[in-house]
Design a protein. Sequence first.
Length: 140
Amino acid sequence: MFHLDPRLQNDCILLGDFPLSQLLLLNEATYPWFVLVPRREKIEEIYQLDHADQQQFWQESAMLGRWMSKTFQFDKLNVAALGNVVRQLHLHHVGRCMTDPTWPGPVWGQHPPQPYTADEIEKIKQQVSTDLAAYLGVDK
């Protein structure tokens, strides 16, 4: 049975489930920052997914990236699977702007996170529900 790492549970807001992955919003309003986590037990690396799951994971990542590019204003989409702190496989999608506070450096650990307000979270949930409902299996 799939269990989301407690650190991801603590740092993120669950937005829904794609066919393979949970879609999370990192509670850091400085950047549009989403995380995909395949709902598979004891997977730490992409190569540990079977071929079909690898293909599905990349499709979900590409679809998320396209949606982010249409929905948010940024100069570069960074996609990364590090896993040094949280071993569970998860793929970050971070929209970066040349004017953001850490450009061009990494986003991790550079400043305290700025949590979203309840209204901002609700707005993003609405955007996801409207734009990605067909992929997430949610009703509009």
